[in-house]
Design a protein around this ligand. Structure first.
Ligand SMILES: Nc1ncnc2c1ncn2[C@@H]1O[C@H](COP(=O)(O)OP(=O)(O)O)[C@@H](O)[C@H]1O
Ligand SMILES: [Mg+2]
Length: 368
C-alpha cells in the first residue's frame, strides 16, 4: 500500500501533526473566536482545520464547502446538507425540519445510501429570511452541542449576485452569535485577503487572521520518514530535505513527490538522492501533458521570462543581473510579462518573490 496521499484532505495516519498550529487554533475555537484561515493552495488548510476540530471533544464540526457556488440557493443547499449530516438521529431531523420551516424543507432519502437529504425552497422567502433562518438554526443547534462552523473556499461567495449585500447579511447574523466559532477558509491568491482586510468589505476585521505556511521540517521530516518505513522503504534526512525543497515546500506537492519516490523504488530499498531523478521523471510522465498547453498561451518574451525565473529564481526579476542574464532589454518588458504570467496563475507572488504555482512545472522547464 502506498503510504502517501495527495489531492485530498488527509486525516489519521496520513496527517502530519502540527502541534503549535493545532494548539493555537483550538484555543481560538474554544474561546468562540471567529477565524480566517488563509494560506497557499495545497498547504494543508482544510486538513489542519478539520483535524483540529475533530480532536476537540467539546465541538462538532459543521463543514461547508463553498467551492463553485454560484447562487444563494447553492449556498443554502450546501449549508443545510452539511447540517443534516451532523446527527443521524430521527429526533434531530424532526427538530431541524422545524427550525428550517420558513424555507420549506422537504425530506427525501438517497436511493443508493438511504441517507436522508433535505432540499429547501428559498424562492418564496427573501434573501435575508433564508440566510437568517439557516444561521438561526445553527445557533439553536449549537445550544445543545457546541458547533464549530467551517466555511471552506469562502472566497467563492464573491461569485454570487449581490455578493456584497449577502455578505453583509451573513456578517450581520454572525456577529450576534458570540458563542459560535466561525472559520472562514480560502486560498490567499483568491480574494480572501480582500474580503477580510479591505475596509469596504462587510467582513473587514471581523475575524482573527490565521496564516498557514509550510509544515515545519522538524514535524514533517520524521513524519515522512515514518511513512516510508510503513511502505517498506528507508530514507535519510538529507534526501527528504531535497524532496521538500524540489516541491517548493508545498505539503501536497511534497506528498506527490514522495508518492513517486516510493513508486520507483522497491521493497526494503534504502532510498538516497540518486533516486530522486527517477521520481521526478515519473511526476513529469504523469503531468507533462498539462505543461505544453500552458506554453502555447505564451509569447516568446513571456516564455523567456518564465524560463529565466525557473533558472535564476524569482526573488529579484527586475535587477540588472536578471535583465542581463535573461537578455531581455528592460525591466518594464519583464514587468509586463510577469503580470501576464501571474494572471494566468502560472506564477504567484509571495513575500515579494515570484514562485511557480506548480513547482514540478518549474523543474520541467529547467530541463527543456
Ligand atoms: N498535516 C499534513 N500532513 C500530511 N500531509 C498534508 C498535511 N496537510 C496537507 N497535506 C498534503 O497536502 C494536500 C492538500 O491538503 P489540503 O488540506 O487539502 O490543503 P489546502 O486546503 O490548503 O488546499 C493533502 O492531500 C496532503 O497530501
Ligand atoms: Mg482546502
Amino acid at each position: 500500500m502506498n503510504p502517501f496521499k495527495y489531492g485530498c484532505v488527509v486525516e489519521g495516519e496520513y496527517f502530519c501533526p502540527r502541534p503549535a498550529l493545532e494548539k493555537e487554533l483550538s484555543r481560538l475555537i474554544a474561546s468562540g473566536q471567529n477565524i480566517v484561515v488563509q494560506g497557499e493552495r495545497r498547504m494543508g488548510k482544510t486538513s489542519l482545520v478539520c483535524q483540529t476540530v475533530r480532536n476537540m471533544s467539546k465541538f462538532k464540526l459543521l463543514y461547508i464547502d463553498l467551492l463553485g457556488i454560484r447562487t444563494l440557493d447553492d449556498f443554502c443547499r450546501r449549508t443545510t446538507s452539511a447540517i443534516i449530516s451532523l446527527d443521524k438521529r430521527k429526533t434531530f431531523l424532526t427538530s431541524l425540519i422545524d427550525l428550517l420551516k420558513k424555507i420549506r424543507p422537504t425530506l427525501s432519502f438517497d436511493p443508493m445510501t438511504a441517507n436522508p437529504t433535505l432540499s429547501v425552497d428559498i424562492s418564496a422567502t427573501s434573501q435575508s429570511d433564508s440566510i437568517e433562518t439557516i444561521l438561526d438554526a445553527i445557533e439553536k443547534l449549537s445550544q445543545k452541542k457546541n458547533i464549530c462552523v467551517v466555511f471552506d473556499e469562502f472566497q467563492d461567495m464573491l461569485y454570487l449576485d449581490n455578493a456584497n449585500s449577502l455578505l453583509a447579511l451573513l456578517r450581520g447574523k454572525i456577529q450576534f452569535q458570540p458563542k459560535v466559532p466561525y472559520i472562514f477558509m480560502g486560498s490567499v491568491r483568491n480574494s480572501m485577503t480582500e474580503l477580510f482586510s479591505n475596509s469596504r468589505s462587510p467582513f473587514y476585521k471581523s475575524a482573527a487572521l490565521f496564516d498557514i505556511g509550510k509544515i515545519d521540517d522538524e514535524d514533517f521530516i520524521p513524519f515522512l520518514k515514518d511513512r516510508f518505513k510503513s511502505g517498506n522503504r528507508k530514507i535519510d534526512d538529507q534526501t527528504i530535505k531535497k524532496v521538500i525543497e524540489l516541491s517548493g515546500n508545498v505539503s501536497g506537492d511534497v506528498q506527490e513527490l514522495c508518492d513517486a519516490l516510493w513508486s520507483v523504488t522497491s521493497d526494503k530499498k534504502e532510498i538516497n538522492e540518486n533516486d530522486i531523478s527517477d521520481a521526478i521523471e515519473l511526476v513529469f510522465a504523469r503531468e507533462s501533458k498539462s505543461y505544453t498547453p500552458i506554453l502555447s498561451q505564451l509569447t516568446k518574451q513571456q516564455l523567456i521570462v518564465l524560463k529565466s525565473i525557473a533558472n535564476l529564481g524569482g526573488e529579484n526579476p527586475f535587477s540588472a543581473e536578471f535583465i542581463k542574464a535573461s537578455k531581455i532589454s528592460n525591466a518594464s518588458s519583464i514587468r509586463k510579462a510577469i503580470l501576464r504570467l501571474v494572471n494566468l496563475d502560472i506564477l504567484y507572488q509571495n513575500n515579494g518573490c515570484y514562485k511557480f504555482s506548480n513547482p514540478f512545472f518549474k523543474e520541467w522547464l529547467k530541463r527543456q
